[in-house]
Design a protein around this ligand. Sequence first.
Ligand SMILES: [Zn+2]
Length: 381
Amino acid sequence: MSSDPAIALLRDLVQINSINPSLVAGAPGEGEIAQLIAGHMRRLGLEVDVEEVAPGRPNVVGVLEGRSPGPSLMFCGHLDTVGVDGMRAPFDPVEADGRLYGRGAQDMKGGVAAMIDAARVAAGRGLRSGRLIVAAVVDEEYASIGADALVARWGADAAVVTEPTGLEVAVAHKGFAWCEVETRGRAAHGSRPLEGRDAIVRMGRVLRALEALDRDLQSRPPHPLMGTASLHASIIGGGREMSSYPDRCVLQYERRTVGGETPLAIEHELAELLRRLRDEDAEFDAAARITVTRPAYELPQDHRLAQTLARTVARVSGRPAPFSAMTFWTDAAVLGEAGIPAVLFGPGGAGLHGVEEYVEIEDVRRCRDALAALALEWCGQ
Ligand SMILES: [Zn+2]
């Protein structure tokens, strides 16, 4: 078992069930893990602020002040995890072959342990100016109410979100829009085709059009880091019983977006698709709406934060740190929208949201070392 304080903290974090209760009904949420982190950060000498974002679901923010005013840096990580269906021992942090296994080990208790332990190193040396803000937030896996609450009260000149990037400096990630289409038919006895209008069969036309749209999206020139946009059908439902024409069918699909695609553009795309189907058949009746959108995020690679972090990582790991993009949406977009330039940087591993999840132990140490070096360079020592 590793005696490194970052790994000891990681073990403690994995042992606590912090499944997001908005994802899994009855799950405990972030209360217990937040309490542990608040106590840990206080012992490191940080000033700790605990803000309940929803009942039993607090953000924890630790602050290390420099000796004089100056540039501020934020580390941000989420405390919640997805569910544990199919996992053998999700809250038992087993170390083997240089890996630590358990739910959230990679996504993202490894990054949370690294950022908190980096604050321990920075506190030991002392910051010359500015401040280091270490924010552990709730609910990233569902609606990011934690990050929204964080940026309402806290600002910084730059931020590192310590999601798992395999020690790459990720300056971008895709966005998404959740879309809903309802086709309308007319209920009638199954023996009376002249009276009935089949809403499910009509949804077939929508699905065919979406398949063509997806092909088109994926054949467009890719964004250099994010790749191409895409979509997939997520959930579909309709029909009431065998002997009736279905009056209604509802499809929910997810559209993943790349830089420059606005929610309005996605709405137009969907309206246009339905208009074409209506042009082909005046009886085609459908309505659509977008239920959730989160934008893609990108920070220019020549931004001082990206450059400084890449230099620091190269120094710590002894090899150049490539710039990259993550496919999944993260809280970096919330920080970015709030005017805090952010990059993603965290340890590597595998099994994100899968039944066997692990983080590379050496990566957690390197991540901690790089974050500590960044804080000391950003704020001076
Ligand atoms: Zn995550």
